[in-house]
Design a protein around this ligand. Structure first.
Ligand code: NOJ
Ligand code: NOJ
Length: 622
């Protein structure tokens, strides 16, 4: 009887749905998104130390990039990946997932420790060490060759933690104010000081390949200083340096626009040539999104004319290069990758870049909806003609074609999500890339950033299509457009271990920037490293020795150079070591000793140069 009633009830529901309002096609799609979203959030937590099922050995609060240990080995924590992931976690937490609080607190502590770990980019006392891109999952330095420094990391970490600090201040009154001031701020302050001091120096881009100035990095730095300045004021801290460098950064950010799109990297190393169309810029737009901002070009808001035209240029660059995009009509969504010239693992589409396109569009819809108005300009008309062929320049408000235009954008955005889902295996696992030929998973498996990008896309979509709460504002609408010529300056900062947050109290001592020059004739393919009795020099383990630079090597002067920050007053033993083409190591025949001087001034200028010539066996080619 009960069963029959149930059956009746079910069929009633079914009939009601069948004859009642037609089920919007978006509903079943939304259900798929919800399902994948759960998998994605769990995928992130699996990669989160110490308890994550895929992250054995990772310290508490450390987020590994992927559990993959070979081809590629991503069993490290990247400051960028971890910070972008933490921003997602903070947003999910403030939207009601209370169980995420402990992950945020663990992250904060891990970052406080990590900031003090000296590394090949430098140490904490000079700030330089904050620009190191990645560390081992047990919070120790990685000495191998790498594209370093990468200056987006500190800015992105500051943004993630500022979002948390703002929540503490808004909702937790005095206990929250204390946690924000005593624990969060000291970590954030180091990162903001780093940005204010080093923003105007070149570094490697987010793809770790190009040395120069990256659009993504500059925008992330600008945002961090703007919201960091507001937090500083709220906590009674000085914000002068942040305000003045934020102005300079925003001015500089305008230099990347070429009339059609934002060029991903400028001031690049000589010999670099690429058109500059790059997901870097779409990721910039979603990282700069402020739900309270108008469609502002200057901060590259998702609904701004520049960011929309840029999105079109970016997406179009992938329409014909991937086999899986062939036969797709010109106005539909396609799979996209980092940049069209990419060859890494064959240069395939990435989940996080394809989803970023959707996210930018969902963010834009939120903005137009809040503004209750949408303007199609001559600049962004080409974008509009893709999503709505009969689009014409003009301003649209509810009652006119406004909702049709928004619907068209939503459909277009959904198309990118559908592509990501189409090429997601039934388990829901998200690797880094999917094959340009057939859509199967390529490169690192279970990439944390891929999962995080799904969760942020889903939240943006919900905010665009329902009353799901929007993410917080960072103050984009309060910045004023730059005028006049840009000024490039720097505000030297002071860096201290964030002890109350968990940094070791004895860390962060004064260091000296040491330059070791050694004349060592090498054959092409043979490289010179610096090995020694401190962890800074790899503790005599050849695989952890510091890689040298040979950019000034000539026949007359076969110069290999090493730069390393060493603790003041320390007596260090070292030898140079050659790494042969076949991977074998050849050490110099005796130990050398150097006394690191004491810091005499905290303003820098203590640097020391050591001049050596190779002593010992010489390698032979082949
Ligand atoms: C080259 C890739 O293009 C880059 O993005 C990656 O991080 C490094 N190799 C290390 O795997
Ligand atoms: C390679 C990507 O290019 C880089 O952005 C990322 O940080 C690392 N992989 C780790 O995921």
């Amino acid at each position: 009887m009960i069963l029959r009633l149930l059956a009746l009830a079910l069929s009633t529901v079914f009939i009601y749905e069948a004859v009642g309002e037609p089920i919007h096609p978006r509903d079943s799609f939304s259900a798929k998104i919800e399902k994948q979203n759960k998998i994605a959030l769990q995928g992130v937590l699996n990669n989160f130390g110490p308890k994550g099922s895929q992250a054995p050995g990772a310290s508490a609060g450390i987020i590994i990039a992927s559990p993959s240990t070979v081809d590629p080995n991503y069993y490290y924590t990247w400051t960028r990946d971890a910070a972008l992931t933490m921003r997602m976690i903070v947003d999910e937490f403030t939207h009601g997932k209370n169980e995420l609080r402990s992950y945020i607190q663990d992250y904060l502590k891990a970052q406080a420790i990590l900031q003090t770990v000296s590394n090949p980019s430098g140490a904490l006392s000079s700030g330089r060490g904050l620009g190191e891109p990645k560390f081992y999952s047990n919070i120790t330095r990685f000495n191998g060759d790498w594209g370093r420094p990468q200056r987006d990391g500190p800015a992105l970490r500051a943004t993630a933690l500022i979002t948390y600090a703002n929540w503490l201040l808004d909702t937790r009154k005095s206990s929250g104010a204390r946690e924000a001031a005593e624990k969060v701020w000291p970590v954030v302050q180091n990162d903001l000081n780093y940005v204010a001091q080093y923003w105007n120096s070149t570094g490697f881009d987010l793809w770790e390949e190009v040395s120069g100035s990256s659009f993504f990095t500059v925008a992330a730095q600008h945002r961090a200083l703007v919201e960091g300045s507001a937090l500083a004021k709220q906590l009674g801290q000085s914000s002068t340096a942040y305000d003045s460098q934020a102005t300079n950064l925003l001015c500089f950010l305008q230099a990347f626009w070429n009339g059609k799109y934002a060029v991903a990297n400028i001031n690049t190393q000589s010999g670099f040539s690429r058109a500059g169309i790059d997901s870097n810029t779409v990721l910039t737009s979603i990282a700069s999104f402020d739900p309270e901002a108008p469609c502002d070009d200057v901060t590259f808001q998702p609904c701004s004319s520049k960011a929309l035209l840029n999105l079109k240029a970016y997406v179009d660059a992938f329409r014909t290069i991937y086999t899986i995009n062939k036969n797709t009509p010109n106005a539909s969504a396609v799979a996209t990758g980092r940049y069209p010239e990419d060859v890494y693992y064959g240069g395939n589409p990435w989940y996080l870049t394809t989803l970023a396109v959707a996210e930018q569009l969902y963010d834009a819809v939120q903005q137009w909806s809040s503004l209750n108005s949408l303007t199609i300009s001559d600049t962004d008309l080409p974008f509009w003609q893709t999503v709505y062929p009969s689009a014409e320049p003009g301003t649209y408000e509810p009652g006119s074609d406004f909702s049709k235009l928004l619907d068209a954008v939503l459909d277009y955005a959904d198309g990118f999500v559908k592509i990501a889902l189409k090429y997601t295996p039934s388990s829901g696992a998200l690797a880094e890339q999917f094959s340009r030929e057939n859509g199967t998973a390529v490169s690192a498996r279970d990439l944390t950033w891929s999962y995080a990008s799904f969760v942020t896309m889903r939240a943006a979509r919900l905010s665009a299509t329902s009353n799901y709460p929007q993410i917080g504002s960072w103050g984009a609408s309060s910045v004023s457009a730059p005028s006049g010529t840009c000024s490039a300056s720097s505000s030297p900062g002071v860096y201290k271990p964030a002890i109350a947050a968990g940094a070791p109290p004895d860390a962060g001592g004064c260091t000296i920037l040491m330059t070791f020059n050694v004349n060592a004739s090498t054959y092409f393919g043979e490289n010179v490293y610096l090995s020694g009795n401190t962890t800074d020099l790899g503790a005599w383990r050849p695989a952890d020795a510091l890689p040298g630079r040979a950019d000034q090597y000539t026949e007359q002067r076969p110069l290999w150079t090493f730069e390393v920050e060493l603790p003041q007053g320390k007596a260090v033993q070292y030898r140079y070591v050659r790494k042969e083409e076949d991977g074998e190591y050849v050490f110099e025949s005796r130990n050398r000793t150097v006394e690191v001087p004491f810091c005499t001034s905290t303003e820098g200028g203590n640097d020391k140069v050591v001049e050596d010539s190779w002593v010992g066996p010489v390698g032979t080619q082949g």
